[in-house]
Write a protein that binds this ligand. Sequence first.
Ligand code: NAP
Length: 166
Amino acid sequence: MNAIVLTDQRWAIGLDGGPLFSLEADRKRSGELTEGGTVIVGHRNLGCFPGDQPLPGRRNIIITPNAELKIDGCEIALNPEAALEMAGGPDAENVWILGGGSVYAVLLSRCRRVYRIQVDAKVESPDTWFPNLDKLANWRLDFASEPFQEGKYTYRFTDYVNTDLA
Ligand SMILES: NC(=O)c1ccc[n+]([C@@H]2O[C@H](COP(=O)([O-])OP(=O)(O)OC[C@H]3O[C@@H](n4cnc5c(N)ncnc54)[C@H](OP(=O)(O)O)[C@@H]3O)[C@@H](O)[C@H]2O)c1
């Protein structure tokens, strides 16, 4: 199981329930990585998907405590552990944590790898964060791309590995 995230320089990921950036590079890479796989998503984050709809061509597991909730194209998990179990456990292939903040926080330790896009910007007063992997002893930077430009943003791909699971 792996996670995909788009952050600013300081690992901020969200503001007022929405994303901080809209990058085609992020959509493209997330699409490529998760194609044919299983995505695990917090209920709030589903509202950030195009048309509030689950991602086509993937198994979508939505985390909510609301057992009555029914969303076409989604399976409901009542908590992150249940989502993990439904996905086949942390060692299952092609399983992706897509956030948001509460889901990353709980399931990060079970991820082998984090695929980050790091935007060279500092967002004012964000309210949702990804754990700072540069400060966690069990996470190591494994890859950093050259910088790329999209519109006004410079970004780079940075991948981290969980040395506890390596
Ligand atoms: N930059 C990125 O890569 C990225 C990616 C994803 C999200 N985001 C941002 O992150 C923010 C959303 O994150 P968030 O933390 O506010 O929300 P979230 O993690 O997307 O979803 C939270 C919801 O998930 C359910 N949930 C979470 N933990 C649960 C648990 N232990 N048991 C049962 N249900 C649980 C609850 O659903 P109910 O609401 O049904 O109670 C809760 O309200 C947004 O700003 C979004 O744009 C950024």
